[in-house]
Ligand binder design. Sequence first.
Ligand code: NAG
Ligand code: NAG
Ligand code: NAG
Length: 353
Amino acid sequence: MMRVKQIFMLSGLGIICTVLFITVRKDMPEQNKLTVDVLEKIDNIVSKSKTFSLATQNPNTKKALTKSHSNVIIEDENDLLSVARKISSYNRTVLVTMVNDAYLKFTYSWLCNTKNMGIHKSVLIITTDQVSKDNLTRDWPEVSVVAMDMKLKGDQTYSKVGYVKIMVKRTEMILSILMADIEVFVFEVDCLWLANPIPDLQSITGYDILVNPVARTNNRVFAGGFLWLYVTDKAKAVWKKVTEQMIALGERISKMSDNAQVSEGENDQQFFSRLINERYMNVSIKMLNLDVYADGQWYNLPEDKRNQSHPVIINNNWVVGNEAKINRAKKWKHWFIHDDLTCDMDLVSQTVY
Ligand SMILES: *[C@@H]1O[C@H](CO)[C@@H](O)[C@H](O)[C@H]1NC(C)=O
Ligand SMILES: *[C@@H]1O[C@H](CO)[C@@H](O)[C@H](O)[C@H]1NC(C)=O
Ligand SMILES: *[C@@H]1O[C@H](CO)[C@@H](O)[C@H](O)[C@H]1NC(C)=O
């Protein structure tokens, strides 16, 4: 077992972050054995998505499938997979992110930041509550929004039970989309986009997953909030494994109160990073360059280094708390909304390349 010295902040879903001590273990403790419940849940997700994929790819089978599988709701506009399929028909990849009501301002700022990049039709925002969905749909009609049916509201602190429950659901939803043969780019809205990365990322081929290392972890930890999943058997297998581990974790914490602490070695990013590090299923990954897809350490670079750099994306992590994050974005002029939530498009055009 090797203890790693780095301390880093996770931008995690835009919900309040905290200091995280990472422990990278060489000899992983055995994962808890999966229960029948976990396996059934996974099977259910996978078979629903496959059925959906089959049905939407072959219109002739659609009716029959709708009839014979009463649990498959294909016509429902709010159905996650229907929405994802519609988005995917626009430009293949679906850009998936999850936000809660405490994080709407960041979402608005990011939407202003990227307003002229022509990508909003590719965006799928999953909200943890209905009001956030209603507001986003009203103010940003081009983006697609799906509300999760969760009773958790407000700031959810990283690594607490409430937060982990949301992350379990997010992991499941990403699996559903991927298993329906739809390419997924997972991103977070607390992030500066200096240019549109999608054409470059879409032109990369020959891999199962694109990953972004977390700075100062010796390429041992990969961002859970910035990854690209291709529709390949290996990418599906890896994400299915992450989902199994998350559902099992969800079961273990199901009786705990939402404010209880969950071990920091147990979250989607840790599970995902371990599988990538052991090249589970021989998965073929490409590590994105941190100079181009930078994280919050960019803000700490010496000024000359920063001036010489030319990142496309800067993830606003490595900072503690929602308020501090907003303050840093403001200080660096990376905050693109006025107090009334309207866009500061002058600032956007001064900032993006
Ligand atoms: C949604 O919009 C209403 C009306 O503009 C506003 O009062 C409310 O605070 C918004 N809710 C969130 C979560 O931003
Ligand atoms: C993984 O790749 C290595 C080297 O290419 C090969 O020897 C091994 O058999 C592969 N394992 C699996 C499970 O495909
Ligand atoms: C970095 O760029 C800023 C803005 O262009 C400039 O004011 C500053 O002098 C530069 N600093 C260094 C060390 O090059």
